[in-house]
Design a protein around this ligand. Structure first.
Ligand SMILES: C[S@@+](CC[C@H](N)C(=O)[O-])C[C@H]1O[C@@H](n2cnc3c(N)ncnc32)[C@H](O)[C@@H]1O
Ligand code: SF4
Length: 386
């Protein structure tokens, strides 16, 4: 087979973690702490210092283009305009932002405000990802959310008035005490608002969360209804013109999240801030998860890693496949060849043949992808490549 040509580096995908929330939702395992003003200002100073420490490793004339920027959390919609403005000026002085094609901010409905989001738009934010979770008020209350469905609808409409034309809504299914009908109503409310993108996640009951400790108090759907919610949700979204492009993600044509695609395609990305992770030049890193350690390391002039490692090639191949298979288009043989100089069908001959027999993956002459059953049972597939 002739070596295929694949386009090269188009710029970094940068993630910045904002680890503050007004209150903690019972299911949430992301790193976030109670919002406190002095601490959050200090955190921004340290973020800049972390970025400078990172850039010290790069020669001055190296390419430092950014193609996507993602401000995640936590609740980044709590950030004040001037602080975001100062962070952006800083980034602009260190990176080339002229190539920035997507700038996402995660937002919780209650902290979306007119003046602030007008300022965010003027600063270049062109995608807002809103954590709606459910349009059922009783479910929102159980989850510990501090917004209700009416606020979510009003704030989405406000973002439209401001002029945002790329909006994602995060929804979760198989939620505590929710029946199939309640879930369907919730999804239909989301579709009616005509977002460009919907993330439709299955609830994960994570260890260490309040939900895990309280789970016996709630009623959860069984596997049969879980599958029905997944499949019917998919049908409703597809009928409304969304393309199912990743296990949990649906987008109108050309509105796929470019930033998240960088994770699934194993493109180079950089993460800054507490608990953020990055992957570049074959190196994977994850930052520490507490302010104390984060500040301490940066004060010592070292990057705040809790983990940093050049991935051994076998692990890198496994991760590449696990991430790549999340995309419904699957993994092109050429992409694998370009990355590892070998053939996926040879390197993983046994795994592929087993998964084909189980009807979890399909292989043609160009690529390998999950089947419909494989999308539902993706964890069984991924286990083969760990
Ligand atoms: C980084 S979180 C935070 C977004 C934002 N702070 C919010 O809550 O509105 C991004 C999304 O992950 C999803 N998520 C978080 N924890 C989850 C869980 N345990 N199971 C399924 N989805 C979860 C939620 O839909 C959430 O909006
Ligand atoms: S789900 Fe969002 S708002 Fe709730 S605790 Fe997690 S990050 Fe904060």
């Amino acid at each position: 087979m002739e070596k295929p040509k694949i386009s090269s580096f188009k710029g970094f995908h940068v993630y910045i973690h904002f680890p503050f929330c007004v209150s903690k939702c019972i299911y949430c395992d992301f790193i976030s702490f109670k919002f406190q003003k002095p601490l959050y200002k200090k955190y921004f100073d340290y973020l800049k210092r972390e970025i400078d420490l990172f850039l010290e490793k790069f020669p001055d004339n190296s390419e430092k283009r950014i193609s996507t920027l993602y401000l995640g959390g936590g609740t980044p919609s709590l950030i004040e305009e001037d602080l975001l403005s100062s962070l952006l000026s800083f980034l602009r002085s260190r990176f080339d932002l002229r190539t920035l094609s997507e700038f996402t901010i995660e937002a919780n409905p209650e902290s979306i405000e007119k003046t602030k989001f007008e300022a965010f738009k003027a600063l270049g934010v062109n995608r807002v990802s809103i954590g709606v979770q459910s349009f059922n008020d009783e479910t929102l209350r159980i989850l510990g959310r501090i917004h209700d469905s009416k606020t979510a609808i009003e704030k989405i409409e406000l973002l439209r008035e401001i002029g945002f034309s790329n909006i994602n809504l995060d929804l979760i299914f198989s939620l505590p005490n929710e029946t199939f009908d309640m879930q369907v109503r919730s999804l239909k409310s989301a579709i009616q608002l005509n977002p460009e993108h919907v993330s439709y996640y299955a609830l994960m009951v994570e260890r260490g969360t309040l939900l895990n400790r309280m789970k016996s108090k709630f009623k959860f759907v069984d596997e049969k209804i879980w599958l029905k919610e997944f499949e019917y949700g998919k049908r409703l979204l597809e009928d409304a013109g969304f393309i199912h492009y990743e296990i949990s993600n649906y987008a109108k044509k050309s509105y796929e999240c470019l930033h998240n695609i960088s994770y699934w395609k194993s493109y180079p990305y950089l993460g800054f801030g507490i608990s953020a992770g990055g992957f570049y030049n074959g190196i994977r890193y994850v930052n520490v998860k507490s302010f104390e350690k984060y500040f301490e390391k940066i004060d010592k002039g070292v990057l705040p890693y809790s983990f940093k490692k050049r991935l051994p090639v076998d692990i890198a191949k496994g991760e590449f496949i696990m991430m790549g298979l999340r995309l419904l288009e699957g993994i092109g043989f050429d992409e694998y060849y370009y990355k590892f100089g070998g053939f996926i069908t040879e390197d993983f001959k046994n795994e592929i043949s087993k998964l084909k027999e189980l009807k979890l993956i399909k292989v043609n002459n160009k690529n390998i992808a999950l089947t419909k059953k494989g999308v539902q049972y993706a964890n069984i597939v991924f286990r083969e490549f760990i």
